[in-house]
Design a protein around this ligand. Structure first.
Ligand code: ADP
Ligand code: MG
Length: 260
């Protein structure tokens, strides 16, 4: 079990709303003839914090990439904040601006400073005036506790710092939902905590979050639901306490015995 969560979580803003943030109905996806996601049904309410777990290759990344249409599904329905994801480019742009995504490998632009990484999309996509975009960027760099790195280039920062820049960069677009795909998997152990702390802070502020992660300490501390995937299906979902202490399926039990 992860030792990375060392503080009490402030739950006062962590209520889950009745409003639906993401609604996925009977969704299927193929890569060519390979059926990668099977009959996915998933409803996420505003303010929910969901951890997606499962073995490598089970379809976790593909599922969250479908939610901001980095991948296209072939059947069923995905509705994000009331917008149905279809081929309509207007809807895709709208959804991308509401859904932030943080990847395992930060994906920062190496030739731009930290500040420029954070202001690029607000200026060019959102048409925010430069000065205002910089103020917002500094606000979020302070939030992730690295304002002093603003004029450096990503290559001059540690992995943990780069990932916090990536989170700040996403927040600069004022997303309503944040997707994380193994945000700490590429980090050295001593840097995992600083990134998890940033994610916990977001959760405490009420952000709707879907996190693919192997950090089960984070799942226990912050998630209100853990979803377990295997072979393209949601096999089981439950509260963290039930999921870890009373797993139902044999596949979940096997997975937990390997990681805990
Ligand atoms: P996970 O994130 O759970 O490890 P992925 O969603 O990345 O799983 O991948 C699920 C399956 O889909 C894997 O078998 C992977 O090899 C396959 N896959 C992922 N992306 C592609 C792609 N672009 N083309 C073909 N197969 C892919
Ligand atoms: Mg993955």
């Amino acid at each position: 079990m992860s030792e990375s969560i060392t503080r009490e979580i402030n739950r006062s803003h962590m209520q889950v709303s009745d409003e639906i943030a993401i609604d996925i109905r009977n969704m299927n996806k193929w890569f060519g003839t390979f059926h990668v996601l099977r009959d996915i049904d998933l409803t996420v309410h505003k303010g929910e914090r969901i951890v997606i777990a499962g073995p490598s290759g089970s379809g976790k990344s593909t599922l969250i990439r479908c939610i901001n249409r980095l991948e296209e599904h072939q059947s069923g329905q995905i509705v994000v904040d009331g917008i149905e994801l279809t081929g309509d480019i207007k809807n895709i742009d709208k959804v991308r601006s509401e859904v932030g995504m943080v990847f395992q490998h930060f994906n920062l632009f190496p030739h731009l400073t930290v500040l420029e990484n954070c202001t690029l999309a607000p200026i060019w996509v959102r048409k925010v005036p430069k000065r205002q975009a910089e103020e917002t960027a500094m606000h979020f760099l302070e939030k992730v506790k690295i304002p002093e790195q603003a004029s450096k280039y990503p290559g001059q920062l540690s992995g943990g710092q780069q990932q916090r820049v990536a989170i700040a960069r996403s927040l600069c677009m004022q997303p309503r939902i944040m997707l994380f795909d193994e945000p700490t998997s590429a980090l050295d152990p001593e840097m995992i905590k600083e990134v998890l702390d940033t994610m916990i802070q977001l959760a405490e502020e009420g952000m709707t979050m879907l996190c693919v992660t192997h950090e089960m300490g984070f799942a226990q501390a912050v998630a209100n639901r853990v979803i377990f995937m295997d072979q393209g299906q949601i096999v089981e979902q439950n509260t963290p306490t039930e999921f870890f202490n009373n797993p139902k399926s044999e596949r979940t039990k096997l997975f937990l015995s390997q990681i805990l």
